[in-house]
Design a binder for this molecule. Structure first.
Ligand code: ADP
Ligand code: MG
Length: 289
């Protein structure tokens, strides 16, 4: 593109809070045919709330669960801690805390071994899910995230958490389809929950159960199919995928690492600004000829 076209495109973007970091970012956005979107904090608000705590056995032991989650920096953990506080539950202190990325967390609380996380975490600890599995399935069918909590090797509770989609997520997907762009959801959350939300938003393809370290490899796989890929994300986990994508797009409300790694930042944190960015890129390219 000519320097003038670049200046016009960059200026148009800036007015909408769509910040292209350089001319290459603007030019690349013209040829994107696939947009991969992180689920939590990108398509959703990233503010999960506990909707239900289902006891498996006699007592869900929220006091022990909250003690573990208080040591974790995961957004799901913050929601569990807030819920326990609202119930007036006294929080215990935890020792031997261990964060297991993409799985959950474990600690010792009042002499009890406590684990909070997904099915992968429970399976890695050899915990039987026969009684808790159907509860989890019900929560996932509702498009909510289910988290297992185990005390001394047995599941004590299954916790349901809801994270509402951003108001404009479905509209953004429709606008991308009108641009002949394929939309993919990429998430560490489980398949049933992810599928339910994707259906609701009209998303074409879901890549679920992805470990934090494997997000970039999923981008590489799409590129190997000949796609020009934009990745939209907010988290520390998303940074390698943002770097691998042809165009890395960070949500303005996201983490510093995501913003620093991206080629383009959406200051309003509005998914609708993704199709806007592609439109500006395409307009800039036209002015080349
Ligand atoms: P995402 O990519 O969707 O943000 P993560 O990779 O951070 O997800 O985590 C994947 C899954 O691991 C979560 O959906 C949750 O089930 C589980 N998990 C991770 N950390 C925690 C935690 N501290 N408490 C409960 N569950 C957790
Ligand atoms: Mg996220």
């Amino acid at each position: 593109a000519t320097p003038t076209a670049i200046m016009v495109g960059t200026g148009l973007g800036a007015k909408r809070g769509v910040l292209f970091k350089n001319a290459t970012a603007l030019e690349t956005s013209a040829r994107i045919d696939t947009v991969v979107m992180d689920k939590t904090g990108t398509l959703t608000k990233g503010e999960p709330e506990v909707t239900q705590v289902v006891s498996v056995g006699t007592d869900p032991r929220l006091d022990l669960i909250a003690a573990v989650e208080r040591e974790s920096e995961h957004p799901l953990a913050a929601a569990v801690v807030a819920y326990a506080a609202a119930q007036g539950i006294a929080v215990r202190s935890a020792s031997e805390f261990r964060n297991v990325p993409g799985h959950g967390a474990t600690a010792v609380v009042e002499g009890h071994r406590v684990a909070v996380g997904n099915r992968r975490l429970m399976e890695s600890l050899g915990i039987d899910l026969a009684a808790a599995g159907p509860i989890r399935d019900g929560i996932a069918e509702a498009g909510q995230t289910a988290v297992f909590a185990a005390v001394d090797g047995a599941v004590a509770a299954v916790i349901g958490l809801a994270d509402a989609p951003r108001e404009t997520s479905a509209q953004a997907v429709r606008a991308l389809h009108e641009q002949d762009v394929r939309v993919v959801m990429l998430t560490g959350d489980n398949r049933a929950t992810a599928d339910r939300i994707a259906d609701h938003l009209g998303i074409d393809t879901v890549i679920a159960d992805v470990l934090p370290g494997d997000k970039a490899a999923q981008i590489t796989r799409l590129q190997a199919e000949g796609r020009s890929v934009a990745m939209v994300g907010d988290g520390v986990n998303d940074a390698p995928a943002l770097a691998q994508a042809d165009l890395g797009i960070a949500i303005g409300a996201g983490t510093d690492v995501a913003i620093e790694t991206a080629d383009l930042v959406l200051m309003r944190s509005d998914p609708l600004d993704v199709p806007t960015a592609l439109t500006i890129g395409r307009g800039t390219l036209h002015k080349m000829h």
